[in-house]
Structure formats: C-alpha cells, structure tokens
Write a new protein. Structure first.
Length: 463
C-alpha cells in the first residue's frame, strides 16, 4: 500500500522495455550483410534509424553517414552492439533496483507480522509476577521517604513505577522466549555489560511490535526511569532544587519523628500499586495481541474495541513522551537563558505545563486501556453468560485502576494550579506572559491554589 510501490513498478517495467528495444536494435544490425548493395544498405539504415530513435539515438546523425559496402556496415554493427550492451546494462540495473526496493518495502511491511510470528513460535504460558512482588516493588522505593521526606514522592514514585512495570515486562518477555535480565551481577566488565544491554535492546525490538501488553508495561517503565534520571540531574546540577528539598525536609521534621511519616508513605505505596494495575489487566487479558492493525473501518464491535485498545496504549506512551519533551525543553531553555527565564518556546507554545498534561494523558489512557481490554475479552467470550464473569473477575483491578488515575490526577491538577499561581505572581505583569496565556493550554487544573499550599506537592518541573 506504500506510494513507492507504483513508482518502483514503473521503473522495473521501463527497464524491461529498454532492454527489449536494445536487443531488437542489435538483432536488426546483425542481419545486414556486406554483400548487399549500397542503395539497399541506405534503406535498411533508414529503417534502423527509427529503432535507434526509440532507444535513444538521434536519427539525424545516422542519416549523415556515408557508408561503403564493408567498412561502414562493420562500424554500424559495432556501435549498435555497444548501444545495445549499454542499454541492457542500464535496464538490468534499473530492474535490479526495482526488485531490491520492492523486496525492502515488503520486508518492512511484514516486520510486525514477522515479530509476532517469532514471539508466538517461542511463546510459553504467561505467568504474571506474584502480587507480593509488585507490592514490594512499590513499597521499598517509597521507604526512601523516611530518609528524606521529598524522596518518597520523587525517587520513590519513579522507581516504584519502573520496578513494578519491569517485573511485568520481564514476565512477558520470558514467556515469549526473549529474556530481558541484565547480567550485571555475573560480570562487571564493560564489554559484558554492553553485550547484555545490546541483547536486551534487541529483545525489546522484537517483543514490542508483537505484544500490546509489553508496550503498555514499557510505557510505565519508560516513565519511571525517565523521571528518576531527570530528578537526579536536577539534584546534582541545580542548587535551587537541593535547597527546595531541604525546605521540605525542615517542614517535615517540625511535624515530629520520622515514624509519623509512615501513614503518608503507605498511602503513596497504595497509590503506586493502583497506578500499575491497568498494566496487569492488559497483560492478563491481551496475551498474544500485537500492535499491528489494519487501517480502515468495519469489523463490528470487537474490531472497534481492539483498535481503541491499541490507540489507548499508544496515547499512554505518547503522554509520557510529552512530559519528557516538556522537561527537556524547559531544562535546555533555562540553561541557555537563565534560571528566571519564562520558557514559552518549543512545546510550551501549545502547553503551559506539558509535563503535568502529559502525565494526566498517560495515566488516563493507561486506565482506559484496562477497561477496553476487559470489554474486548467480554465481547469475544463465547460462554453462556456473555462475558459477565470476566467483568466480575476483573472488577477489583478495575476499581484499583480508577482509584489510581483519580489520585494521581488530583495531585497533578493541584500542582498545575500551584504552578499557575506562581507563574502569574512572577511574570503576570509582562506582555510576553499575557500573550502566552492567551495562546497556550493550561492543561488539567483543579481549582485555585496558593503558593504556600502548592509547595507541599512534589513537582516534576519547578519554576
């Protein structure tokens, strides 16, 4: 269906026609005998001029030739053979290029199908990681909040998402015969580590096009890993963020001992677990579903739900990518123009807070994917109760998913309101800010908030 296929086909046909014309021209020349009279030779040459005109020679040059019965015939035969040889070489090259491009397009179009076939060939029964491991992956990083209060909702948040989603992704890859385990423990040599990373990347390249649950889990893993790296950069390179962390820690110490943070940290752990539940649902119900889809409408309700499910997973990853682009955009802008600069270019031309907006899109789409997965499984169920038992069996995970997206949306919406307040307080008198507010989208904001209240909420991007 690629637009290049007709072009390649035309080149191929043109090459074959050129080769045929050259061969015909060469055949006509080889039949001229030296014993033929001069007048007959002129007539034959005139006719052959039309053939040469078809294959690229100018008839005018041939008409000017004066030939003798032997020498001229020999010269014309040699030239014709050279022309035919050159035409055949050009035609062969074009035909070869056409065949190569057609083969390349066909292999690219079949990449997702090949990946799915490879995974399905090596597939083993999928075994989800035990729930206690998922809970531990959410709990242990959050315990950093006992050391620094802010760490529980920054590094704890990112690491919990990365660790729990990695457990799911590793289970999917293991069942597909493409293990992702990194062998850092077996060897610390750079060559061994690089080889392990290369093997992991190659496994992901094969796995992701062939598995929708793997893409869903990878989206969460990408978000958590990216957030941790960004937080580490801020802490190591930007002194004002270290000062902000210490201010938060001083307020936390005034509230009493570190043990008093336990309820808050446990509630964070519960929230993180709820946020990873949609990936558990799609992994359990969508085993074997790939990301490749046919373009077009039709196919009934099941086809519509299947395409919507793929779209929701893509939107989840796209939302997290939007947040990453926003953080990168602001970091580079402030690095070049100064810490107090208002960033209005790049992605900020359209989104005033792309990190928060991207997260809300990502987590909402992730939750929606869980509901679509259950609906698709129920619609395609052939049992007598019409798939009702699937809704009942997944009701707990769906409830937790809703709680997760509601909780994180409330946090992000409140943080957006706080950041809006501080930006207006700091830049509200400038004409640049006023024009920017008119042309950009604030995102998902929950009410108005004052600066003192918003400082208690961890922010991915701080002005």
């Amino acid at each position: 269906k690629s637009p290049l296929v007709p072009l390649v086909s035309c080149l191929f046909v043109w090459g074959v026609l050129s080769s045929s014309a050259a061969a015909f021209s060469h055949g006509a020349t080889s039949f001229i005998s030296p014993a033929v009279s001069v007048s007959q030779q002129h007539e034959i040459i005139s006719r052959r001029g039309a053939v040469h005109h078809f294959s690229g020679k100018r008839t005018k040059e041939l008409c000017k030739l004066r030939m003798t019965s032997t020498t001229v015939e020999s010269d014309i035969t040699i030239k014709s053979r050279r022309h035919a040889l050159g035409s055949r070489r050009g035609a062969t090259a074009l035909a070869g290029a056409g065949i190569f491009l057609c083969t390349l397009l066909k292999s690219n179009a079949a990449f997702a199908k090949t990946a799915a076939t490879t995974v399905s060939t090596a597939a083993a029964p999928l075994i989800l990681p035990p729930m206690h491991k998922i809970l531990l992956a959410c709990l242990l990083p959050t315990l950093l909040g006992f050391y620094k209060s802010e760490y529980g909702v920054s590094y704890g948040y990112g690491t919990a998402m990365a660790a729990s989603s990695y457990l799911i992704l590793a289970s999917i890859s293991q069942s597909a015969g493409l293990p992702l385990a990194l062998s850092f423990a077996s060897s610390t040599k750079p060559a061994a580590i690089l080889s392990s990373l290369t093997a992991t990347v190659n496994s992901l390249r094969t796995l992701l096009p062939a598995s929708l649950p793997a893409v869903h889990a990878f989206a969460l893993f990408f978000y958590g890993t990216r957030l941790d790296l960004f937080l580490l950069y801020r802490e190591l390179c930007l002194p004002r963020f270290r000062a902000m962390r210490e201010r938060i820690e001083d307020r936390a110490k005034k509230q009493g001992s570190r043990l008093k943070r336990t309820p808050f940290l446990l509630s964070c752990t519960f929230l993180y677990f709820c946020m990873v539940c949609p990936a558990l649902v799609t992994t359990k119900l969508c085993e074997g579903m790939s990301m490749s889809c046919a373009v077009g409408l039709g196919g009934g309700l099941a086809s519509f739900l299947e395409q919507s499910l793929r779209l929701s997973v893509i939107l989840a990853l796209s939302g997290f990518l939007l947040g990453a682009v926003g953080d990168l955009n602001k970091s580079i802008g402030k690095m070049l123009k100064g810490e107090d600069t208002l960033i209005t270019g790049g992605i900020f031309r359209f989104f005033r807070h792309p990190n928060y907006t991207g997260e809300v899109i990502g987590w909402s789409s992730s939750c929606l994917a869980a509901f679509l997965a259950v609906a698709l499984k129920a619609v395609t169920d052939t049992s007598s109760n019409g798939g009702l038992h699937i809704w009942k069996s997944m009701a707990g995970f769906l409830s937790l998913s809703v709680m997760g997206v509601t909780g994180i949306s409330f946090v992000l919406g409140t943080a957006t309101a706080g950041l809006e307040f501080r930006q207006q307080e700091k830049y509200g008198d400038s004409e640049e800010y006023k024009q920017w507010v008119k042309k950009s989208w604030v995102g998902f904001k929950m009410g108005k908030q004052k600066k003192a209240e918003s400082e208690n909420i961890q922010e991915t991007t701080e002005e």
